[in-house]
Design a binder for this molecule. Structure first.
Ligand SMILES: Cc1cc2nc3c(=O)[nH]c(=O)nc-3n(C[C@H](O)[C@H](O)[C@H](O)COP(=O)(O)OP(=O)(O)OC[C@H]3O[C@@H](n4cnc5c(N)ncnc54)[C@H](O)[C@@H]3O)c2cc1C
Ligand code: SF4
Length: 572
């Protein structure tokens, strides 16, 4: 987002990318069926999300690029190594943070408040949603904000499983409303949107119009995680980089692994050192402004490795907080088999490979009244039904069929196909002092760059939240007449996913009003180095239940507006 915004504003931008270049239009295997893939598409260590997943390089393990865990910690760090990063295969769930989410400490005394309000970011949410294309309903529930009129694309029709969940959850007081995903349900209006988004910038209007005209609406038939060659969903590589390149202001250098940021005698950033992975040689490029967007933990790593006599503890680290207050999302889930869905006649289940409806957090009043025993909340992502048969879809079926085979097995497969549903909670983690990353003094990666060591601890709030998730999901499944699969845990440590496993890591360079207690100012500018900015998840002060990427994009846009203002005032 930062490269796009700076380029359309006329700045010359050099993008250094650690992974290889990637063109979804040419490379995306979106029409391949799981049965055509090795192992029928099942996940492997190199391809955790299946053979056709759009992560061409990256995952929980990156060969030659380890990270370490402190004793007692089992943090999982997912890294992409490709142009466009994880936006090539993310879930596209795009929820806005609400008013409470920016001021959590004021509400319950825990964690810290953001140095901005929902109102500060709302215009950027609107513009980001129009730019990338987001479907959703204009629901206006507590702390679940609505977009401005005309911003969202219409939500797709709910499918059988979504209607069934709504029918049974509503009497329980649990709302089921249209989900928000960065997928286009119709063509973008290339005539009017570019002007709405960039009212005074003719270059931006031109390149955005061309880009919008090259995108198609979703045809609801292929897994979005494989990438989208028709550009119907949001990937940086199909939506932001093409118009940025069309300005003529952007150069991209792939296979460029940034090691550290260089500074001059006055403490201004002068550029970065990177390793050319093809020749394994050190390179240096100079820059007037450095913008870090390498993902929250990698950004902390680059800053901590940027040591100099003026910055012996790493760059932008006068507060000592770089790497601190690392957060992920609380994750716990449970599935069930729903007899009401058995032996259904063939019916149309076309749709996104993600959800059409979801459950926003609904217990704000009970929580404020101290009735839940934990702070903050979660939303629920759920689904199931008759999607394209994927690898492993009948795993464990023998517990229903008693191990049938032949004709009976075929009948059982027809009976049970599409009758399984899952419910996954995605909840807020409160930042704590025991969850952070630092440089491991003893380990370097294959490029000679010191690696990160992680420390991790969930608090009781997150553990209790995970138990609440599983208990509630079991109640919904039972209300639908279903049978819960697996054990509903009463021990939060057993219910909760491992740190990093939900792949929403944020924090590590938090923003704030005070340089002593934050790394960045309210515009994501380093307090210590005026021409250094951060536009990934590192500036997050808390990690609301809302998935982070839409907020990362909106904040990056706000930061680049500030960069341009600072340039025009000759402050940087
Ligand atoms: C399977 C999956 C599903 C997800 N679903 C959702 C979802 O539904 N909703 C949501 O909001 N979020 C989701 N996420 C999370 C989302 O992908 C991230 O929040 C988002 O991509 C973060 O953006 P980023 O730019 O900070 O990092 P990334 O997308 O990881 O991009 C970082 C880029 O920097 C490059 N890089 C890293 N280190 C260096 C270096 N040293 N030098 C040069 N370049 C470097 C990387 O190669 C990469 O291109 C999901 C993630 C995964 C993996
Ligand atoms: S379902 Fe739609 S958005 Fe997703 S990959 Fe297929 S065409 Fe693209």
């Amino acid at each position: 987002m930062a490269a796009y915004q700076l380029a359309v504003a006329g700045l010359k931008v050099l993008v250094l990318e650690a992974g290889r270049t990637y063109d979804p239009v040419r490379e995306t295997p979106m029409f391949q069926l799981p049965r055509d893939a090795p192992l029928r598409g099942a996940g492997t260590r190199e391809k955790p999300f299946g053979f056709y997943d759009a992560t061409v390089d990256g995952g929980w393990d990156v060969p030659g690029e380890p990270y370490t865990n402190a004793p007692g910690t089992d943090f999982r760090w997912w890294r992409a190594r490709m142009l466009g990063g994880r936006t090539n295969h993310w879930g596209r769930i795009s929820l806005r943070m609400g008013e409470y989410d920016f001021k959590p400490k004021s509400r319950d005394g825990l964690g810290a408040d953001w140095p901005l309000t929902y109102k500060d970011l709302a215009p950027y949410y609107d513009k980001t949603e129009m730019l990338v294309g987001v479907y959703g309903g204009d629901d206006d529930l507590e702390n679940t904000p609505r977009s401005s009129p005309g911003v969202l694309m219409p939500p797709p029709a709910p499918r059988a499983v979504e209607l069934l969940a709504k029918k049974h959850a509503t009497p329980m007081g649990i709302p089921v409303i249209p989900a928000h995903l960065a997928i286009m349900t119709k063509w973008q209006d290339a005539k009017t949107l570019p002007q709405k988004i960039h009212p005074t910038n003719k270059l931006a209007q031109r390149v955005l119009r061309e880009s919008m005209l090259s995108r198609q609406a979703c045809f609801w038939a292929t897994p979005c995680g494989n990438g989208c060659s028709i550009k119907a969903n949001f990937q940086s590589t199909t939506v932001l980089l093409p118009p940025a390149l069309a300005t003529g202001n952007v150069d991209i250098v792939p296979d460029a692994m940034v090691r550290d940021i260089t500074v001059d005698a006055k403490g201004k950033a002068t550029g970065v050192h990177y390793i050319d992975k093809n020749t394994r040689t050190d390179r240096h490029v100079t820059a007037r402004i450095v913008v870090l967007a390498a993902s929250a933990c990698e950004t902390a790593r680059i800053l901590l490795n940027s040591k100099s006599p003026a910055f012996p503890n790493g760059l932008s680290n006068s507060s000592g907080l770089v790497g601190k207050y690392l957060m992920d999302t609380v994750g716990a889930g449970i599935g069930g088999q729903i007899p009401a869905l058995e032996n259904l006649p063939a019916h149309n289940t076309d749709g996104a490979s993600g959800m059409h409806m979801y459950i926003p957090w609904w217990l704000y009043k009970e929580q404020l009244g101290g009735k839940l025993g934990f702070a903050r909340g979660y939303h629920v992502e759920f689904g199931g039904g008759r999607g394209m048969p994927g690898p492993g879809m009948f795993n464990g079926l023998e517990s229903f069929t008693g191990g049938s085979y032949g004709k009976k097995f075929k009948e059982d497969a027809r009976r049970y196909y599409g009758t399984f549903m899952y419910f996954d909670g995605r909840g807020e983690m409160i930042p704590n002092e025991d969850s952070y990353c630092e440089i491991d003094p003893d380990v370097v990666d294959q490029w000679g760059i010191p690696v990160l060591r992680f420390h991790w601890k969930w608090s009781d709030h997150e553990l209790k939240q995970a138990v609440h998730m599983q208990t509630t999901f079991a109640q919904i499944i039972e209300a639908m007449g279903g049978k819960v699969q697996g054990t509903v845990q009463t021990d939060g440590n057993r219910a909760i996913a491992k740190g990093g496993q939900i792949i929403h890591e944020v924090g590590t360079c938090r923003m704030g009003e005070d340089p002593k207690t934050s790394v960045l100012n309210p515009y994501c500018q380093s307090w210590d180095v005026k021409n250094l900015f951060v536009t990934d998840g590192a500036p997050f002060v808390s990690n609301a239940d809302k998935n982070p990427t839409l907020s990362i994009l909106a904040m990056a846009w706000r930061t680049t507006d500030y960069v341009l203002e600072q340039i025009s005032k000759r402050e940087i």
